[in-house]
Ligand binder design. Structure first.
Ligand code: UT7
Length: 329
């Protein structure tokens, strides 16, 4: 049976480290609050003029190199981001050009925190059907240019960071790679985590009043998102494992979306997987679509994943949109 297997990973974060201490005066917050509520100690912020596609180029080059393939071998690009360089066009074409890829298919995915998981499933389907052989799947975000960096925005602005992660998925006939998945969405919760403006419902789409009112910044009902996240993560992980014909006892490592250390720990406890849920949120904060491929890359580099291991990627976020993918390494 034809499957899709990850053969290379890469990540890139901008060099500027922003500690919690730096945010104290700017946002009217404290290091203690941020660490206790989220586990975040620092994050990276890109410089002016750097977009998601720029971070993605570096991560993708590493993934190509680790997979041992050339840019011209890639026949599909899937780019997950909520912070594209421009509203039009998407980041897929920008990345295709910057990497010097042939004029291959490129898809932008905007499922926010679940974007990378959705991206892996899309690429997996293309590979399984034989429509493509080697896919580049990227999650990249520049959040820092879209945050309210005043005390009004402190609840959101302490959480998010910039970064990119990338993987190469290749066709294999072996019993490894993507073994099962589950994807869900429930739009009745759309306004618990959203960004109102600019959007197509308003004429003009952007006004000085929107900027003044702060509706150009993302808003979250944190408690409600938290409550759903700790239920949906375990549920969807078990569902994806069942789809793969496996159970929680088979899991070697879960690489979850890095939203909050307390969510990660609650998920580990609920599944009885303490010590088997990877976390790097302390160093990067929440990098939305980039968080899973960045964490996967670091877990690999740290030797946390070995040949034959069962690895679960799982996400929950805006939409609400959530999902999990089960891989045999
Ligand atoms: O990646 C997408 C998915 N996102 C998530 O999964 C995030 C889920 N939610 C969370 O992680 C948590 O809800 C947060 C970290 C966002 C917030 O933690 P919380 O424990 O739910 O805090 P809260 O929102 O209930 O706020 C508690 C207090 C409030 O003050 P009062 O009303 O108790 O006086 C806030 O005003 O903390 C205050 N607060 C802050 N204080 C200092 C909120 N943000 C800050 C801040 N610094 N940055």
């Amino acid at each position: 049976m034809r499957r899709a297997r990850i053969t290379g990973t890469g990540m890139y974060v901008p060099p500027r480290v922003v500690t919690n201490a730096e945010l104290e005066a700017l946002l009217g917050t404290t290091d203690t609050w941020i660490v206790e509520r989220t586990g975040i100690r620092e994050r990276r912020w890109a410089d002016d003029g750097v977009g998601a596609s720029d971070l993605a180029v570096e991560a993708s080059r590493q993934a190509l190199e680790r997979a041992g393939i050339r840019p011209e071998d890639v026949d599909l690009v899937v780019f997950a981001t909520l912070s594209p360089d421009y509203p039009i066009p998407g980041c897929g074409p920008l990345l295709q050009a910057k990497l010097g890829l042939p004029p291959v298919a490129a898809i932008d995915i905007r499922n926010q925190c679940s974007g990378f998981v959705y991206g892996i499933v899309v690429a997996d389907q293309f590979i399984r059907t034989g429509a493509c052989q080697k896919a580049l799947v990227v999650g990249a975000e520049v959040q820092s240019s879209g945050l309210d960096l005043s005390p009004r925005g402190r609840d959101m602005s302490v959480l998010f960071g910039d970064g990119a992660g990338a993987v190469i998925l290749e066709a294999t006939e072996e019993e490894r790679g993507v073994l099962g998945f589950a994807l869900h969405t429930d739009g009745q919760y759309a306004f618990h985590l959203w960004l109102e403006d600019p959007g197509s419902r308003k004429r003009p789409r952007l006004t000085p009043e929107m900027i003044e009112r702060g509706s150009i910044y993302p808003k979250m009902n944190g408690r409600e998102v938290f409550r759903h996240a700790v239920l949906r993560f375990p549920e969807v992980i078990l569902e994806a494992l069942a789809a793969a014909g496996l159970s929680v006892e088979d899991v070697d490592l879960v690489v979850p979306h890095q939203a909050n250390q307390r969510i990660t720990e609650a998920v580990a406890a609920r599944l009885g997987l303490e010590g088997k849920v990877y976390s790097n949120i302390a160093r990067y904060g929440n990098t939305t679509a980039a968080s899973i491929p960045m964490a996967l890359h670091e877990a690999l580099m740290e030797g946390r994943i070995r040949d034959g291991d069962v690895v679960v990627l799982a996400s929950f976020g805006a939409g609400f949109s959530w999902g999990a993918v089960v891989l045999r390494w």
